[in-house]
Design a protein around this ligand. Structure first.
Ligand code: NAP
Length: 207
């Protein structure tokens, strides 16, 4: 299957690319590099990407910007970034991609466990993640052409924790996180949130 991975140059995206590559042809998209470049915050850029890539069997997004920040200090720009990039950017991948995905194909977006397990400083990310899960759950009911739509909910990734100077012990590796994306692409679920922890062992206990 031809699979377009947006965010393929990132921490999770690189692992998803590696996990999908043995069995699929992966087209990588990133902001600065990749087979194609795209700016998720621009509908024109997303349209250009789809025009360049043509039809694919699946679209996977491991992109989406949003920052941590304390509630009392979050300004309009912090909300705008998460809303325009992580939330609407990924929603627009589905809205603008429907004619570029083959019958029976799928969209997989990235949310995150902060939607259900918030922490101080996670307000805008928790907001965007929760909205993405709800979007996928509801839009999946109306997609035609047999298209499926799911979100993956990663927990903190070990490699990211290391970069942030945190103890990575409680995290999930990017390689283990990638297993949920493979399950979303190769499975038959739709409208679901796939918790990366549930797929890390290679099983999918919730499906
Ligand atoms: N890492 C974690 O611990 C963790 C946990 C839960 C959820 N998540 C979520 O998982 C997703 C990926 O996280 P990550 O840590 O793998 O991110 P990352 O390492 O920072 O990688 C981000 C990827 O997105 C691309 N990108 C950046 N800005 C973009 C834009 N405007 N348009 C299109 N692509 C853009 C980057 O491309 P370039 O490399 O070309 O700039 C890169 O491929 C995010 O939605 C994040 O919130 C991450």
């Amino acid at each position: 299957m031809n699979i377009l991975v947006i965010g393929a140059t990132g921490t999770i995206g690189k692992a998803v690319l590696s996990a999908l590559s043995p069995n699929h042809h992966v087209i990588s998209a990133g902001f600065n590099s990749g087979d194609v470049t795209v700016d998720l915050s621009s509908k024109a850029s997303i349209k250009d990407m789809y025009k360049t890539v043509g039809r694919v069997g699946a679209v996977v997004s491991t992109a989406g910007l949003g920052n941590f920040g304390s509630f009392s200090e979050l300004d309009d720009a912090a909300y705008d970034l998460a809303l325009k990039n992580k939330l609407m950017g990924q929603i627009n991948l589905v809205r603008l991609g429907r004619d570029h995905v083959e019958n029976g194909g799928s969209f997989t977006l990235t949310a995150g466990t902060l939607s259900r397990q918030p922490m101080p400083g996670s307000v805008v990310l928790s907001m965007a993640n929760g909205a993405l899960e709800s979007f996928a759950r509801s839009a999946a009911l109306e997609l035609d052409q047999g298209h499926r739509l799911n979100t993956v909910s990663p927990s903190f990734v070990k490699e990211t924790m290391e970069v942030l100077g945190m103890d990575p012990t409680p995290g999930l590796s990017a390689a283990d996180t990638a297993k949920a994306y493979v399950a979303a692409v190769e499975g038959d679920m739709t409208g679901k949130t796939l918790d990366a922890q549930d797929y890390a062992g290679g099983t999918n206990s919730r499906v």
